[in-house]
Ligand binder design. Structure first.
Ligand SMILES: Nc1ncnc2c1ncn2[C@@H]1O[C@H](COP(=O)(O)OP(=O)(O)OP(=O)(O)O)[C@@H](O)[C@H]1O
Ligand SMILES: N[C@@H](CCO)C(=O)O
Length: 355
């Protein structure tokens, strides 16, 4: 029996001005425990994969391997390497600590778990850059998936592809991840769209160990697709320069010890996505403007986490006062929250069990 574990962290994207650019890996995780017989099974006794699931999202996540996001991504990776199906008698238990649709990178974690699962099941030994190519064919903004894969405070960009590769990378998601009909056996129809090479590039910034992340999580879901739908397609030069100035300062300011709250609080402001998302997150402007380093000693900066609705406060101390005051502001809007103090962690791991 081959047994291995895949562990992928939650992530917070944007950190204020770095829309679709920066991501931070955090200490909540999606863990898969995978097992299957290592000796080949005779063709006629092929057994379909079995998935069990606990934790966040367990009441809504599909347990059919041809519908579940993680296993569909794994099958995409396998099919791109001419492996048409999962190994026989595959058993996967997923335990998830990352809430769905809250801005903590649940879908990015599920996609990275799927890429790592495909890589391990196919014994493909893909390098990090290639793993990222596969993830970027599914989740097309690089901030969450890159931070989930490599860990830490990470900046990334997508390479401008030539015409042929742009076409290969622009295929509809339904072709990358088709809804596999359960009775179709191995005959999935079209050849899968193999990703171009070298789509995403990244660098890891420094991070001051004194900084923790307070995740203030409203008790409602907001899909990333909906939160992207309210954004404009064009911006003024003034607003772009506002964000670029802050992002340039922020990436180094968060590595300094001790971190400087005056510098960071202003550097975590944003004019590219948060002003537009306020319509979807009642209380957002009040929380980010009323909780400051002056009112809450220990606070460094505060922003929307990813597409929201979670608020991310970076702080060295005073975590409870920050979160409880955010709770009061959200309560005025009729919204309840939960909160957690999270550490910045390393990236994904795959650990083989040896017997
Ligand atoms: N562990 C998982 N297994 C299967 N599907 C998942 C898993 N985690 C997330 N998903 C799918 O992803 C959806 C949430 O994705 P969405 O991009 O809207 O939010 P998010 O990733 O949590 O937030 P953000 O991208 O802003 O950080 C869920 O509703 C579910 O369909
Ligand atoms: N950068 C993305 C992250 C969400 O997954 C957004 O803000 O839409």
């Amino acid at each position: 029996m081959r047994v291995f574990t895949i562990k992928v962290p939650a992530t917070s994207a944007n950190i204020g001005p770095g829309f679709d650019v920066v991501g931070l890996s955090l200490s909540l995780s999606l863990t898969l425990t995978v097992s299957y017989p290592s000796s080949p099974t005779p063709e006629e006794s092929y057994v379909q994969p079995k998935i069990t699931y606990s934790g966040e999202g367990s009441s809504e996540v599909p347990l059919n391997a041809y519908q579940n996001l993680t296993t569909r991504v794994a099958l995409y990776v396998l099919r791109c390497h001419s492996i048409p199906r999962f190994p026989s008698n595959l058993s996967i238990h997923a335990h998830n600590e990352i809430p769905f649709g809250r801005g903590l990178g649940s879908s990015g974690a599920a996609v990275i778990a799927g890429v790592l699962l495909g890589n391990a099941l196919g014994n493909l030994s893909l390098p990090t850059s290639r793993l990222l190519d596969f993830a970027l064919m599914v989740e097309r903004h690089p901030d969450n998936v890159t931070a989930a894969l490599v860990g830490g405070f990470v900046g990334s960009y997508l390479k401008e592809l030539d015409e042929k590769d742009t076409e290969r990378a622009s295929v509809p998601l339904s072709e990358v991840l088709p809804e596999y009909p359960a009775d179709a056996g191995e005959d999935w129809g079209l050849n899968p769209p193999v990703p171009p090479f070298g789509i995403g590039h990244f660098v890891r910034f420094g991070w001051s160990e004194s900084i923790k992340a307070v995740a203030i999580v409203p008790r409602f879901e907001l899909s990333t697709a909906k939160a992207r739908g309210v954004l404009p397609t064009e911006y003024s030069r003034k607003d772009l320069v506002f964000n670029l100035q802050r992002l340039a300062v922020l990436t180094t300011a968060l590595a300094q010890t001790p971190p400087d709250p005056d510098l960071i609080y202003e550097a975590m402001k944003d004019r590219v996505h948060q002003p537009y998302r306020r319509t979807l997150i009642p209380g957002l402007p009040e929380v980010t403007s009323q909780i400051t380093p002056t009112t809450h000693p220990g606070l460094l900066g505060i922003c929307l986490s990813g597409a929201g609705p979670t608020i991310l406060a970076l702080a060295t101390t005073g975590f409870e006062a920050i979160a409880e005051d955010a709770r009061k502001i959200f309560q005025q809007q009729g919204i309840e929250i939960d909160w957690k103090v999270l550490e910045v962690t390393g990236g994904s791991t795959v650990v083989e069990e040896t017997s």
